[in-house]
Design a protein around this ligand. Sequence first.
Ligand SMILES: CC(C)(COP(=O)(O)OP(=O)(O)OC[C@H]1O[C@@H](n2cnc3c(N)ncnc32)[C@H](O)[C@@H]1OP(=O)(O)O)[C@@H](O)C(=O)NCCC(=O)NCCS
Length: 180
Amino acid sequence: MVPAYRITRLTSDASVIADLSELLIHIVANGGSVSFMHPLTSEKATAFWKTSLAAADRGERVVLGCYDGDVLAGTVTLLLDCPPNQPHRAEIAKMMTHVNYRGKGIASALLQAAENIAVEQGRTLLNLDTAADEGAAGFYERHGYTKAGIIPDYAFKPLGGLTDTILYYKKIGKNDSLNS
Ligand SMILES: CC(C)(COP(=O)(O)OP(=O)(O)OC[C@H]1O[C@@H](n2cnc3c(N)ncnc32)[C@H](O)[C@@H]1OP(=O)(O)O)[C@@H](O)C(=O)NCCC(=O)NCCS
């Protein structure tokens, strides 16, 4: 990743919510499968990030942003609020890099930062899902995630048409060798 980029934990702030909303709308418009359909309204995107950052403020998740100066180039969310019988697990979600910033290592750096936080929090298992069509399966496999399975016709792509989803997991932290 270019050294000038800065990865930071995001908290509830009007300008941060505006940046995240703009990025989410852009990603969905460009075919990114991140739970929303195109066209995504500013109201829906803002409501999503307000709720997400409120959860981050409560420590239930970590939302990371990668900034190039004042421009939000990418983001990822680490979901920490797991059920009582899964205190060792966390989930990677809402990984996205602005089209103009792709291929510069931003998502890789965000993923590494999220994994480091998960380890700090004592988590030993990460899971995630990604669309089979135009998703990020290859990206996660390069980063050591193991394919657990495929659910057919799981979700609509943002521009229409069903896609399978692929489930991934990765063991992390001190216990990864013990658990494998
Ligand atoms: C997936 C995504 C986040 C990657 O962002 P990025 O910042 O360009 O990723 P990086 O630059 O860190 O990529 C690292 C490597 O993975 C590769 N890569 C990126 N996306 C990939 C994909 N979908 N499939 C296979 N390889 C991929 C890159 O070519 C790069 O390879 P290299 O190191 O050999 O050059 C970005 O393409 C994106 O926002 N996609 C739309 C939203 C989405 O699908 N998010 C995932 C939801 S689970």
